[in-house]
Design a binder for this molecule. Structure first.
Ligand code: NDP
Length: 261
Protein backbone atom coordinates (compact mmCIF):
# COMPACT_ATOMS: atom_id res chain seq x y z
CA UNK A 1 0.00 0.00 0.00
CA UNK A 2 1.61 3.22 -1.21
CA UNK A 3 2.13 5.82 1.48
CA UNK A 4 2.10 3.48 4.49
CA UNK A 5 5.70 2.56 5.35
CA UNK A 6 5.37 1.32 8.90
CA UNK A 7 8.57 -0.29 10.16
CA UNK A 8 6.93 -2.13 13.04
CA UNK A 9 3.39 -2.74 14.26
CA UNK A 10 1.61 -4.52 17.09
CA UNK A 11 -2.05 -5.58 16.97
CA UNK A 12 -3.88 -6.90 20.05
CA UNK A 13 -6.55 -9.60 19.65
CA UNK A 14 -5.12 -10.70 16.31
CA UNK A 15 -5.96 -14.42 16.26
CA UNK A 16 -9.34 -13.82 14.61
CA UNK A 17 -11.73 -11.20 13.23
CA UNK A 18 -10.53 -7.72 12.33
CA UNK A 19 -7.19 -8.15 14.15
CA UNK A 20 -6.23 -11.23 12.11
CA UNK A 21 -7.21 -9.52 8.85
CA UNK A 22 -5.09 -6.48 9.78
CA UNK A 23 -2.10 -8.78 10.25
CA UNK A 24 -2.71 -10.42 6.85
CA UNK A 25 -3.02 -7.03 5.15
CA UNK A 26 0.19 -5.70 6.68
CA UNK A 27 2.04 -8.86 5.63
CA UNK A 28 0.70 -8.39 2.11
CA UNK A 29 1.63 -4.74 1.61
CA UNK A 30 4.32 -4.00 -1.01
CA UNK A 31 6.44 -2.56 1.82
CA UNK A 32 5.62 -4.87 4.73
CA UNK A 33 6.78 -3.87 8.19
CA UNK A 34 10.14 -5.27 9.25
CA UNK A 35 8.52 -6.53 12.43
CA UNK A 36 4.86 -7.44 12.95
CA UNK A 37 3.72 -8.41 16.44
CA UNK A 38 0.47 -10.36 16.43
CA UNK A 39 -0.73 -10.72 20.00
CA UNK A 40 -3.38 -13.06 21.33
CA UNK A 41 -4.44 -14.65 24.59
CA UNK A 42 -3.59 -18.22 23.68
CA UNK A 43 -0.90 -18.56 20.99
CA UNK A 44 -0.91 -22.37 21.36
CA UNK A 45 -4.71 -22.74 21.17
CA UNK A 46 -6.86 -23.88 18.25
CA UNK A 47 -8.12 -20.31 17.74
CA UNK A 48 -4.57 -19.21 16.84
CA UNK A 49 -3.89 -21.90 14.22
CA UNK A 50 -4.15 -19.48 11.26
CA UNK A 51 -1.79 -17.06 12.97
CA UNK A 52 0.75 -19.84 13.62
CA UNK A 53 0.59 -20.89 9.96
CA UNK A 54 1.24 -17.30 8.91
CA UNK A 55 4.14 -16.95 11.37
CA UNK A 56 5.73 -20.13 9.96
CA UNK A 57 5.67 -18.54 6.49
CA UNK A 58 6.70 -14.98 7.38
CA UNK A 59 9.83 -14.43 9.48
CA UNK A 60 8.82 -10.80 10.11
CA UNK A 61 5.72 -12.00 12.01
CA UNK A 62 6.12 -12.76 15.72
CA UNK A 63 3.28 -14.01 17.89
CA UNK A 64 3.19 -12.71 21.45
CA UNK A 65 0.97 -13.91 24.28
CA UNK A 66 -1.00 -10.92 25.55
CA UNK A 67 -4.10 -10.91 27.73
CA UNK A 68 -5.14 -7.25 27.98
CA UNK A 69 -6.64 -7.70 31.46
CA UNK A 70 -3.40 -9.17 32.86
CA UNK A 71 -0.69 -6.59 33.64
CA UNK A 72 2.05 -9.23 33.93
CA UNK A 73 1.18 -10.62 30.49
CA UNK A 74 1.30 -7.10 29.02
CA UNK A 75 4.69 -6.35 30.60
CA UNK A 76 6.14 -9.66 29.41
CA UNK A 77 4.92 -8.98 25.86
CA UNK A 78 6.53 -5.51 25.97
CA UNK A 79 9.86 -7.01 27.10
CA UNK A 80 9.76 -9.62 24.32
CA UNK A 81 8.88 -6.98 21.73
CA UNK A 82 11.71 -4.75 22.91
CA UNK A 83 14.17 -7.63 22.57
CA UNK A 84 12.94 -8.45 19.03
CA UNK A 85 13.15 -4.80 17.97
CA UNK A 86 16.83 -4.76 19.06
CA UNK A 87 17.08 -1.09 19.82
CA UNK A 88 14.43 0.22 17.39
CA UNK A 89 11.09 1.65 18.37
CA UNK A 90 7.52 0.47 17.74
CA UNK A 91 5.79 2.62 15.09
CA UNK A 92 2.17 1.55 15.27
CA UNK A 93 0.18 0.17 18.22
CA UNK A 94 -3.32 -1.04 17.35
CA UNK A 95 -5.45 -1.63 20.44
CA UNK A 96 -7.95 -3.88 18.69
CA UNK A 97 -8.93 -6.55 21.27
CA UNK A 98 -12.45 -6.05 22.59
CA UNK A 99 -15.59 -7.73 23.87
CA UNK A 100 -19.30 -7.00 23.44
CA UNK A 101 -21.54 -9.20 25.62
CA UNK A 102 -25.30 -8.66 25.44
CA UNK A 103 -26.43 -6.03 27.95
CA UNK A 104 -29.61 -3.96 28.19
CA UNK A 105 -30.58 -1.14 30.56
CA UNK A 106 -32.51 -3.73 32.53
CA UNK A 107 -30.03 -6.63 32.44
CA UNK A 108 -26.66 -4.84 32.87
CA UNK A 109 -24.99 -5.77 36.16
CA UNK A 110 -22.12 -4.13 37.97
CA UNK A 111 -19.99 -7.16 37.23
CA UNK A 112 -20.79 -6.95 33.51
CA UNK A 113 -20.04 -3.20 33.39
CA UNK A 114 -16.68 -3.60 35.15
CA UNK A 115 -15.60 -6.65 33.21
CA UNK A 116 -16.24 -5.00 29.83
CA UNK A 117 -14.56 -1.78 31.03
CA UNK A 118 -11.57 -3.80 32.13
CA UNK A 119 -11.07 -5.34 28.67
CA UNK A 120 -12.12 -2.41 26.47
CA UNK A 121 -10.64 0.53 28.41
CA UNK A 122 -8.20 -0.57 31.11
CA UNK A 123 -6.62 -2.98 28.61
CA UNK A 124 -5.76 -0.33 25.99
CA UNK A 125 -4.56 2.01 28.76
CA UNK A 126 -2.15 -0.56 30.25
CA UNK A 127 -0.99 -1.85 26.85
CA UNK A 128 -0.23 1.71 25.75
CA UNK A 129 1.64 2.46 28.98
CA UNK A 130 3.79 -0.63 28.53
CA UNK A 131 4.65 0.12 24.90
CA UNK A 132 4.98 3.90 25.26
CA UNK A 133 8.79 3.92 25.58
CA UNK A 134 9.01 2.01 22.28
CA UNK A 135 6.50 4.33 20.60
CA UNK A 136 8.48 7.36 21.76
CA UNK A 137 11.64 5.77 20.42
CA UNK A 138 10.02 5.27 17.00
CA UNK A 139 8.93 8.89 16.96
CA UNK A 140 12.44 10.09 17.87
CA UNK A 141 14.04 7.85 15.24
CA UNK A 142 11.74 9.11 12.47
CA UNK A 143 12.82 11.91 10.16
CA UNK A 144 9.20 12.62 9.23
CA UNK A 145 7.60 15.85 10.31
CA UNK A 146 3.99 15.97 11.49
CA UNK A 147 1.94 13.06 12.80
CA UNK A 148 1.40 9.79 10.94
CA UNK A 149 1.11 6.02 11.38
CA UNK A 150 4.45 5.63 9.60
CA UNK A 151 6.12 7.69 12.34
CA UNK A 152 4.46 6.68 15.63
CA UNK A 153 0.80 6.09 16.41
CA UNK A 154 -1.66 4.70 18.95
CA UNK A 155 -4.88 3.55 17.27
CA UNK A 156 -7.77 2.46 19.48
CA UNK A 157 -10.52 0.36 17.91
CA UNK A 158 -13.76 2.05 18.87
CA UNK A 159 -17.22 1.97 17.29
CA UNK A 160 -20.03 4.20 16.10
CA UNK A 161 -21.97 2.78 19.08
CA UNK A 162 -19.67 4.87 21.32
CA UNK A 163 -20.92 8.13 19.83
CA UNK A 164 -23.04 9.94 22.42
CA UNK A 165 -24.39 12.26 19.72
CA UNK A 166 -25.48 9.36 17.49
CA UNK A 167 -27.05 7.31 20.33
CA UNK A 168 -30.70 8.40 19.84
CA UNK A 169 -30.73 7.12 16.25
CA UNK A 170 -28.68 3.96 16.98
CA UNK A 171 -30.02 2.84 20.35
CA UNK A 172 -32.74 0.56 19.01
CA UNK A 173 -30.20 -1.09 16.66
CA UNK A 174 -28.58 -2.87 19.60
CA UNK A 175 -28.46 -1.63 23.22
CA UNK A 176 -25.19 -3.27 24.49
CA UNK A 177 -25.01 -0.80 27.38
CA UNK A 178 -21.75 -2.04 28.90
CA UNK A 179 -20.07 -2.00 25.48
CA UNK A 180 -21.32 1.48 24.52
CA UNK A 181 -20.22 2.95 27.87
CA UNK A 182 -16.81 1.28 27.67
CA UNK A 183 -16.15 2.50 24.13
CA UNK A 184 -17.26 6.03 25.04
CA UNK A 185 -14.63 5.83 27.80
CA UNK A 186 -12.11 4.51 25.26
CA UNK A 187 -12.81 7.61 23.17
CA UNK A 188 -12.02 9.78 26.19
CA UNK A 189 -8.81 7.81 26.70
CA UNK A 190 -7.95 8.44 23.04
CA UNK A 191 -8.56 12.18 23.47
CA UNK A 192 -6.44 12.28 26.64
CA UNK A 193 -3.65 10.35 24.90
CA UNK A 194 -3.82 12.78 21.96
CA UNK A 195 -3.24 15.72 24.31
CA UNK A 196 -0.68 13.93 26.49
CA UNK A 197 1.47 12.49 23.70
CA UNK A 198 1.28 15.28 21.13
CA UNK A 199 4.64 16.71 22.14
CA UNK A 200 6.11 13.22 21.70
CA UNK A 201 5.01 13.22 18.06
CA UNK A 202 2.65 10.25 18.53
CA UNK A 203 -0.57 10.29 16.52
CA UNK A 204 -3.57 9.12 18.60
CA UNK A 205 -6.93 8.30 17.03
CA UNK A 206 -9.95 6.02 17.41
CA UNK A 207 -11.41 4.05 14.50
CA UNK A 208 -14.86 2.67 13.68
CA UNK A 209 -14.45 -0.39 11.43
CA UNK A 210 -18.08 -0.49 10.23
CA UNK A 211 -20.50 -3.30 11.08
CA UNK A 212 -18.38 -6.33 10.29
CA UNK A 213 -19.09 -10.05 9.90
CA UNK A 214 -17.03 -11.35 12.83
CA UNK A 215 -17.99 -13.19 16.00
CA UNK A 216 -18.47 -9.85 17.73
CA UNK A 217 -20.41 -8.38 14.80
CA UNK A 218 -22.71 -11.38 14.60
CA UNK A 219 -25.19 -10.21 17.26
CA UNK A 220 -28.46 -9.94 15.33
CA UNK A 221 -30.06 -13.36 14.87
CA UNK A 222 -30.88 -13.84 11.20
CA UNK A 223 -29.34 -10.52 10.12
CA UNK A 224 -25.94 -10.28 8.45
CA UNK A 225 -23.51 -7.47 9.25
CA UNK A 226 -22.86 -4.95 6.44
CA UNK A 227 -19.22 -5.70 5.71
CA UNK A 228 -16.96 -8.67 5.25
CA UNK A 229 -13.82 -8.46 7.35
CA UNK A 230 -11.83 -8.01 4.12
CA UNK A 231 -13.94 -4.98 3.05
CA UNK A 232 -13.65 -3.37 6.47
CA UNK A 233 -9.90 -3.84 6.75
CA UNK A 234 -9.27 -2.69 3.16
CA UNK A 235 -10.95 0.56 4.19
CA UNK A 236 -9.11 0.73 7.52
CA UNK A 237 -5.76 0.32 5.75
CA UNK A 238 -6.55 3.29 3.48
CA UNK A 239 -7.53 5.31 6.52
CA UNK A 240 -4.34 4.37 8.41
CA UNK A 241 -2.43 5.60 5.37
CA UNK A 242 -4.12 8.99 5.47
CA UNK A 243 -4.26 9.70 9.19
CA UNK A 244 -2.46 12.93 10.02
CA UNK A 245 -2.49 15.92 12.36
CA UNK A 246 -6.12 16.72 11.46
CA UNK A 247 -7.29 13.31 12.73
CA UNK A 248 -5.30 13.49 15.98
CA UNK A 249 -7.74 12.98 18.87
CA UNK A 250 -10.73 12.12 16.67
CA UNK A 251 -12.96 9.13 15.84
CA UNK A 252 -12.68 8.13 12.17
CA UNK A 253 -14.75 5.57 10.23
CA UNK A 254 -13.39 2.81 7.96
CA UNK A 255 -14.40 5.12 5.09
CA UNK A 256 -12.35 8.01 6.42
CA UNK A 257 -15.18 10.18 7.78
CA UNK A 258 -15.00 11.81 11.19
CA UNK A 259 -17.71 10.79 13.66
CA UNK A 260 -18.97 13.06 16.44
CA UNK A 261 -18.12 11.98 19.98
P1 NDP B 1 -13.88 -10.67 17.41
O1 NDP B 1 -14.83 -11.11 18.45
O2 NDP B 1 -13.89 -11.33 16.10
O3 NDP B 1 -12.37 -10.70 17.97
C1 NDP B 1 -12.09 -10.12 19.20
C2 NDP B 1 -10.61 -10.30 19.48
O4 NDP B 1 -10.32 -9.69 20.74
C3 NDP B 1 -10.22 -11.79 19.60
O5 NDP B 1 -8.94 -11.97 19.08
C4 NDP B 1 -10.23 -12.00 21.11
O6 NDP B 1 -9.38 -13.06 21.54
C5 NDP B 1 -9.65 -10.66 21.55
N1 NDP B 1 -9.87 -10.43 22.96
C6 NDP B 1 -11.03 -10.34 23.64
N2 NDP B 1 -10.80 -10.16 24.95
C7 NDP B 1 -9.45 -10.13 25.10
C8 NDP B 1 -8.60 -9.99 26.21
N3 NDP B 1 -9.07 -9.83 27.45
N4 NDP B 1 -7.25 -9.99 25.99
C9 NDP B 1 -6.76 -10.14 24.75
N5 NDP B 1 -7.51 -10.31 23.66
C10 NDP B 1 -8.85 -10.32 23.84
O7 NDP B 1 -14.16 -9.10 17.26
P2 NDP B 1 -13.89 -8.08 16.05
O8 NDP B 1 -12.71 -8.51 15.26
O9 NDP B 1 -15.18 -7.85 15.38
O10 NDP B 1 -13.56 -6.77 16.88
C11 NDP B 1 -12.28 -6.15 16.95
C12 NDP B 1 -12.47 -4.75 17.48
O11 NDP B 1 -13.32 -4.00 16.59
C13 NDP B 1 -13.14 -4.70 18.85
O12 NDP B 1 -12.49 -3.74 19.66
C14 NDP B 1 -14.56 -4.26 18.54
O13 NDP B 1 -15.15 -3.54 19.59
C15 NDP B 1 -14.36 -3.38 17.31
N6 NDP B 1 -15.55 -3.25 16.50
C16 NDP B 1 -16.08 -4.33 15.82
C17 NDP B 1 -17.25 -4.18 15.08
C18 NDP B 1 -17.87 -5.31 14.31
O14 NDP B 1 -18.94 -5.09 13.70
N7 NDP B 1 -17.28 -6.49 14.28
C19 NDP B 1 -17.94 -2.88 14.99
C20 NDP B 1 -17.29 -1.83 15.72
C21 NDP B 1 -16.15 -2.02 16.44
P3 NDP B 1 -9.93 -14.56 21.90
O15 NDP B 1 -10.00 -15.31 20.59
O16 NDP B 1 -8.91 -15.09 22.83
O17 NDP B 1 -11.29 -14.39 22.51
Amino acid sequence: MAGLHVRSILVTGSNRGIGLELIKRFIGTPNPPEVIFATCRDPEGSQAQELRTLAAQHPNLMILQLEVTDPSSIKRAAREAEARLSGSGLCLLLNNAGVMPPSTLESATGEDMLSVYNTNVVGPLLVTQAFLPLLKKASQESRQTGLSCSKAAIINMSTILSSIERTPELFSFVPVISYRCSKAALNMLTKCQSVGYKQDGILCAALHPGWVKTELGNFKPGVQADLTVEESVRGLMKVLCKLSEEHHGTLVTWEGNTLPW
